[in-house]
Design a protein around this ligand. Structure first.
Ligand SMILES: Cc1cc2nc3c(=O)[nH]c(=O)nc-3n(C[C@H](O)[C@H](O)[C@H](O)COP(=O)(O)OP(=O)(O)OC[C@H]3O[C@@H](n4cnc5c(N)ncnc54)[C@H](O)[C@@H]3O)c2cc1C
Length: 390
C-alpha cells in the first residue's frame, strides 16, 4: 500500500496553487468589501468568468473532461486533489476557476450526446465560454428523483416537454440545460426517464422564480416547460435511460464534493489555529486552554479521516469500480464533518464567529447546504444500509 500522492499530481497541484495566488487572489482582494457583505455584483461575476476562461486556457477548469472535447481526461484522484487545493485557500473566486462540483460546469454526461450536437455544445462549455445547468429536482420530487412529473411525449419530429423544475443551480443563466423528463412514469429509471439537452431561448422554456437560500446567493431558479419542443438528436444517451447516464458519474461527483469539504475544513482549521494563537483571554492566548485545543484536535482528526476516505473513493473510481457505498459514505461523512468543523470554528472565534463580515459566519451557513444537495444525509444512510443487506 502506498499513500503518497503521485509526483505528477503533486506538481499539477502546485502549479494550480501558484495560479490561484498569482491571478485569483488579487481579484479576490479587489472585491473584499463586496465579499464581506456576501454580494455577487455583476462586476464580480464578470471578473469571475474572466478567471474561469483563464483557468480553462491553462487546462484546469475542465480537466475532468475527455481530451476529444478539449479537456485533459484527468483522473478522478487528480481532479479531487485540485478541488481540495482550491477549497483550502478559502478564496471565494476559486469556485469560478474549477469545474465540478459546480453544476454549471461541463458535465461528462454530455459525452452521451450524438457527436454533432456534442461537438457544437461541449467545447464552448469546456473553454468556460458558456455554462449549463442540471435540472432534475421538481417541487414534488427531490430525494425520490425517479418520481419526476415532467413529461416527455414524442410528437412527430420532436419530443414535447411539460413540467416544472425547481432549485436549479444556474437555471436562470445557463446557455444549455440538461433536463430530465418522464417518457413513461411507470417505468421510472428503468426505461422511463430521459435526459434532454435544451438550449436557452427554446420556445416553451422559461425561467420562473429565483430562489434564495440560507446559504446566500447560490443562484437557484425554477424552470418552466410548456410544450417545449426538443429535437430527437438532443436526447442524451438512450431514450428512457437518462437516469443511468447521470448515475455513471455519481461516484466521481461525490469524490469532488468530499474533497471540497476537506479543503473548506482545512481552511477553517488554519484560521481557527491562527485565532487561537493570537486572541488572548485571562492573560493568555485562548489556544493555551484545553477546551479550545480539544475542539481543534477533534477537527484535525475528522478532516484527516475524511481526506483518506475521499482519496480512497477516487482511487476506486479510477480503478474502474462502481463504489456506490463508498461514495455515499464520503458524501455523508464529509458534509457532516465540515458542518461540525465550521461549528467549532464559530465557537473558537466567539462573537467574531457570528459577525456577518467575519471570516466564518458565511462558511457556516454555506456548508449547511451540503447535507441537503445532491442526495441528503438520510438518503446516503439509506444507500449504506441497503449495502448492509437491510
Ligand atoms: C442550494 C441548492 C442547490 C440545488 N441545486 C440543484 C440542481 O442544480 N439541480 C437539481 O436538480 N436539484 C438541485 N437542488 C435540489 C436538491 O438536490 C434537493 O433539494 C435534494 O435532493 C432534496 O430534495 P427535497 O428538497 O425535495 O427534499 P425531500 O426529498 O422532500 O426531503 C425532505 C426530508 O425528508 C428526508 N427523506 C426523504 N426521503 C427519505 C427516506 N426515504 N428516508 C429518510 N428520510 C427521507 C430527506 O432526507 C429530507 O430530510 C438544489 C437544492 C439546493 C437547496
Amino acid at each position: 500500500m502506498d499513500f503518497s500522492i503521485p509526483d505528477e499530481y503533486a506538481e499539477m497541484v502546485s502549479t494550480f496553487r501558484a495560479f490561484l495566488d498569482r491571478e485569483v487572489r488579487p481579484v479576490e482582494e479587489a472585491f473584499l468589501r463586496e465579499l464581506q457583505e456576501d454580494e455577487l455584483t455583476p462586476q464580480m461575476k464578470e471578473a469571475g468568468l474572466g478567471l474561469r476562461r483563464r483557468s480553462a486556457e491553462l487546462g484546469f477548469y475542465a480537466a475532468h473532461m475527455p481530451e476529444e472535447v478539449g479537456g485533459w481526461g484527468l483522473s478522478n484522484l487528480g481532479y479531487t486533489l485540485l478541488v481540495e487545493a482550491g477549497a483550502s485557500t478559502g478564496l471565494r473566486f476559486a469556485t469560478f476557476v474549477l469545474g465540478p462540483p459546480n453544476p454549471e460546469s461541463p458535465n461528462p454526461i454530455l459525452m452521451d450526446l450524438p457527436l454533432e450536437v456534442r461537438d457544437r455544445h461541449v467545447p464552448p462549455l469546456v473553454r468556460g465560454e458558456t455554462t449549463m445547468c442540471f435540472a432534475l429536482t421538481e417541487p414534488e420530487a427531490g430525494s425520490d428523483a425517479q418520481a419526476i412529473r415532467t413529461t416527455a411525449v414524442r410528437d412527430g419530429d420532436a419530443w414535447v416537454l411539460n413540467g416544472r423544475k425547481h432549485f436549479i443551480t444556474n437555471g436562470a443563466n445557463a446557455d444549455v440545460a440538461v433536463i430530465f423528463a418522464a417518457n413513461d412514469r411507470e417505468k421510472r429509471a428503468n426505461g422511463g426517464i430521459t435526459a434532454f439537452l435544451v438550449e436557452r431561448g427554446t420556445p416553451g422554456l422559461t425561467v420562473g422564480k429565483q430562489q434564495r437560500t440560507l446559504a446566500g446567493d447560490t443562484n437557484q431558479a425554477e424552470l418552466v416547460l410548456e410544450d417545449c419542443r426538443v429535437p430527437p438528436e438532443h436526447v442524451i444517451g438512450e431514450v428512457g435511460f437518462g437516469f443511468q447516464s447521470a448515475m455513471k458519474f455519481l461516484n466521481s461527483g461525490r469524490a469532488y464534493i468530499g474533497a471540497m469539504c476537506v479543503g473548506i475544513a482545512d481552511h477553517l482549521i488554519r484560521i481557527s489555529v491562527e485565532q487561537a494563537r493570537n486572541r488572548e483571554a485571562f492573560g493568555r492566548p485562548i489556544g493555551k486552554y484545553q477546551a479550545i485545543q480539544w475542539m481543534l484536535a477533534d477537527s484535525a482528526v475528522e478532516v484527516h479521516a475524511a481526506r483518506l476516505m475521499t482519496y480512497h473513493l477516487a482511487w476506486l473510481v479510477d480503478r474502474g469500480d462502481y463504489p456506490i457505498r463508498e461514495s455515499s459514505m464520503v458524501k455523508l461523512n464529509n458534509t457532516e464533518m465540515v458542518g461540525r468543523v465550521a461549528d467549532r470554528a464559530v465557537q473558537v472565534f466567539g462573537g467574531m464567529g457570528l459577525l456577518t463580515e467575519g471570516p466564518v459566519e458565511r462558511i457556516f451557513r454555506w456548508v449547511r447546504m451540503l447535507r441537503i444537495v445532491e442526495g441528503t444525509s438520510e438518503v446516503q444512510r439509506l444507500i449504506i444500509a441497503r449495502s448492509l443487506g437491510l
